[in-house]
Write a protein that binds this ligand. Sequence first.
Ligand code: HEM
Length: 455
Amino acid sequence: MIPPKPPAREGRVSLRRYAQLFREDILSAQPARLYRAWMAEFRTPFFRSFLCNDPSLVDLVLKERPDDFPKSGRIREGLAPLLGNSVFVTNGDTWKRQRRIIDPAFEGGRLRDTFPAMWDAAQACVARLEARAEGQPVEIEAETSEAAADVIFRTLFSIPIDHEVAGEVFAKFKAHQRAQPVLNLGALLPLPRWFPRFHKRETVKTAREIRALITSLTAARMEEIKAGTAPDDLATKIMTTADPETGDVFDTEEMVDQVAIFFLAGHETSASALAWALYLLATHPEWQDRLAEEARREIDPAEVSFPTIKRLRISRDVFRETLRLYPPVPMMVREATKCEHFRDRDVPKGAQIVLSPWHQHRHTRIWDNPDAFDPSRFQTENGKQGLRCAYMPFSAGPRVCTGAGFAMAEGPLILSMLVRAYSFRPVEGRTPTPVAHLTVRGKDGIWLAFTPRKA
Ligand code: HEM
């Protein structure tokens, strides 16, 4: 069974129609040829963009000369009410300084320290689902979203999602997304200056409320750090790390910006990947059984620890394959700061360079059977080659996702814990259609039924 793939756009369309399609769903707005092209150019009266699938061009933009291809300032405008000056939207020296302060908190050794919090969140998720394990349809994205938000709060601030402030941030964030998806991918379009801006009054209001809640957590932590009573979690680590070059530490305001992006980037993406992984397992019962068997064998709640994650090999391959088929961040946009020459074409200064994990991961000239779900592909030559040159769910180069290692620990762990406890099956008539909102989601959610797994 081939997992759901959005229909491609048929034929040429007017710019107006393209913009409309793009706003509805960036994936189905694209023509089918992007799954086999190395590069494609789009010309509009306002901007020119170049979608690059050619691995050497992707390397050039992300790894070899990233400073020449920064994020567009327009992205920042779209996200400013919630994210302020966070590492996700800054460029140049500010961005470099922020990464020097943040990165140490996510390095291997520190990651190990977050394990108990991840484990507690995974157990809490299994417990929450118990009441619903009756074989009735359940919208699973809502559940994985809560689990991923729980992981973020526990690892960052040592509080669970049912803590008053954490719960409120989570609830307000959902309301915020309903009013105006934060990373409405439309915000990536470099529309002319006179085009109506994105911030509705409602969005600005919810953004302000979310930031006020995060500020209360961050300010309280600042006090605990001063008093020497702060817990040893990610927030403390980041807030006490000085930039090795300037000696700077984040003040409360700048830390609030970073917490907002950790919460946003860290929970929406993992939630999306976990929900699709459960759907793929529900529709591929042979893989679900194998994963359940591995989980039963390797996870002993009495003596589980960080190295356990390394032994969850099937779970890791399933999660990896899910990220290939449904990369939570389907496309990334950069701006050319000078004229370039890509594959015999002139790329003017200011052109948008679109890098598309969605298309690269399903490229027909790179992957064998690209639309099929086959976690064992990573053991084959073709799969290994694909991983090396055409796999970028976390982006690549110096601007790679800060949380990549974190997500690759959290995802397989939660997946294994859930499948160890429950058997998942698809719901008839509810095949999800992938659409790209903030992340790649099911158009009407992802519905599954589950019951306790028999021994
Ligand atoms: C499966 C889960 C995840 C996926 C697929 C993912 C994917 C990505 C991608 C593709 C980018 C680059 C976006 C761009 O350059 O336009 C990114 C950036 C980022 N991610 Fe993740 N992410 C995940 C989980 C996390 C987690 C758990 C955290 C933090 C706890 C996190 C924090 C960040 C941050 C801070 C950035 C901005 C980095 C920068 O611009 O320097 N992500 N992520």
